[in-house]
Design a protein around this ligand. Structure first.
Ligand code: GLA
Length: 409
């Protein structure tokens, strides 16, 4: 049974679809935004993360056609439907959102040629809210296309194709796998544990579901975002951070005298024994490596804390993650607002844990807050931070799926 918001949104989207395309949507799919609970910049280092789907979704209504073209209308962005040919996809200079869909169509069409489709998109995932509206869009469209054309791809590889869509030439953002994996694989009322060490056939070597009822402990998650602070993973320090981690591998291999595939292979003990040598080679590199090596351990510790129902400890680990991301990974480079957001938030009563979330170079945070302090937290943080903060409270929500009952109603 879907919540009323989903039922209402899908009903409205199907109606709009029908009046726009003069036929019925055959399939309706949804995919949520994601929250990075902990595991910051660990994905491209083959490490660990804990994430969740949030209770904001992108819905895709779709029907088949046979002219080799995709027509798309997005409620948030379009005045009229956009169209492109499946066998001749060109990156658009305008309609940036459409490039994500082109990337998804391009990837799926390689797997199974697509005949053509009418698409209508409706979403309540805030864009530039730091909850990966792009992954929600990619997974929602991919899930709808797979449902419509009976494309047989497992959820992990479907998410991987969506990451390729984002990394590829239509969008060109060098993100890791966290966002697409989370939006694609999340489950209701659970946290998603991901081990990003690829195998020969899979982009992850472990996926675990950790059911946890935070409300039983009187707690809620909330995302805080200053949308005025613009962010762009492609041109920001994200690729630079990524490259420095990769460059550190050959140095650490030499220092430790062993083969290292990624920072995932470096234990805390090994890092500590290399600290001085690494610092002498490059003091900034030492900081970046320290963040990733300890962050991996924090993810494992956070999982353990949940298993023990030790929510205060869990919150403390989240806060430590945030301190490390600011002090060692310097994700507030050029955006001092991020430091202000997190440090002001730390001081507010009722906050169990608070950290930055996602790529950084923005002002986006995640907090675990006592439910009875949720309102005062927002009031106080807005007062301390200054104007312009938006809040996204959320529940742990289901990942990408075809809404069979709502498709048929
Ligand atoms: C962004 C990227 C992810 C991940 C996070 C940081 O969200 O898209 O792949 O690297 O930043 O953890």
């Amino acid at each position: 049974m879907k919540d009323q918001n989903t039922v209402d949104r899908v009903k409205a989207a199907k109606k709009a679809f029908q009046s726009l395309y003069q036929n019925h949507a055959e399939v309706v799919a949804q995919s949520p935004g994601r929250a990075e609970i902990i595991g910051n910049h660990t994905d491209y280092n083959n490490g660990y993360a804990l994430s969740a789907g949030i209770s904001r979704y992108t819905y895709t209504c779709i029907s088949r056609k046979t002219d080799g073209k995709i027509q798309v209308f997005s409620e948030g962005y379009s005045k009229k439907p956009e169209e492109f040919e499946i066998d001749n996809i060109q990156k658009g200079e305008h309609a940036h959102w459409l490039n994500y869909i082109k990337g998804v169509v391009y990837e799926l069409n390689k797997r199974k040629p697509l005949a053509g489709a009418n698409i209508y998109i409706s979403s309540d995932v805030p864009s530039s809210g730091g909850v990966s509206s792009s992954a929600a869009l990619e997974l929602s469209v991919a899930t709808a296309l797979c449902g419509l054309f009976a494309i047989d791809v497992d959820p992990v590889n479907k998410a991987r194709m969506c990451q390729s869509a984002e990394n590829g030439s239509f969008v060109g953002i060098p993100c890791g796998f966290l966002d697409q994996a989370s939006s694609g694989l999340a489950k209701k009322d659970t946290l998603l544990f991901l081990d990003f060490l690829p195998t020969d056939t899979m982009p992850v070597s472990k996926i675990d579901y950790i059911p946890f009822d935070f409300s039983k402990h009187g707690l809620s998650f909330i995302v805080m975002v200053d949308k005025e602070v613009k962010r762009n993973l492609g041109s920001s320090g994200y690729p630079a951070r990524r490259k420095m981690c990769e460059d550190s591998i050959s140095h650490l291999s030499k220092i430790l005298g062993k083969e290292i595939r990624s920072l995932r292979d470096v234990s805390i003990y090994e890092f500590e024994s290399s600290r001085v040598k690494l610092k002498n080679i490059d003091p900034v590199m030492r900081k970046r490596v320290e963040h990733v090596v300890y962050e991996n351990q924090r993810v494992l510790d956070a999982v353990e804390a949940l298993k023990q129902e030790a929510v205060e400890e869990f919150g403390k680990i989240l806060t430590d993650s945030g301190k490390s991301a600011l002090e060692l990974y310097e994700l507030d480079e050029k955006t001092p607002e991020l430091t202000k957001l997190i440090t002001k938030g730390r001081e507010i009563d009722g906050v169990l844990g608070i950290r930055n979330m996602g790529g950084g170079f923005s002002a986006i945070g995640l907090a675990l807050v006592c439910q009875d302090a949720l309102e005062s937290f927002q009031d106080e943080l807005s007062y301390e931070y200054g104007s312009g903060l938006e809040y996204i409270p959320f529940e742990l929500s289901q990942g990408a799926e075809v809404l069979t009952a709502l498709s048929n109603s």
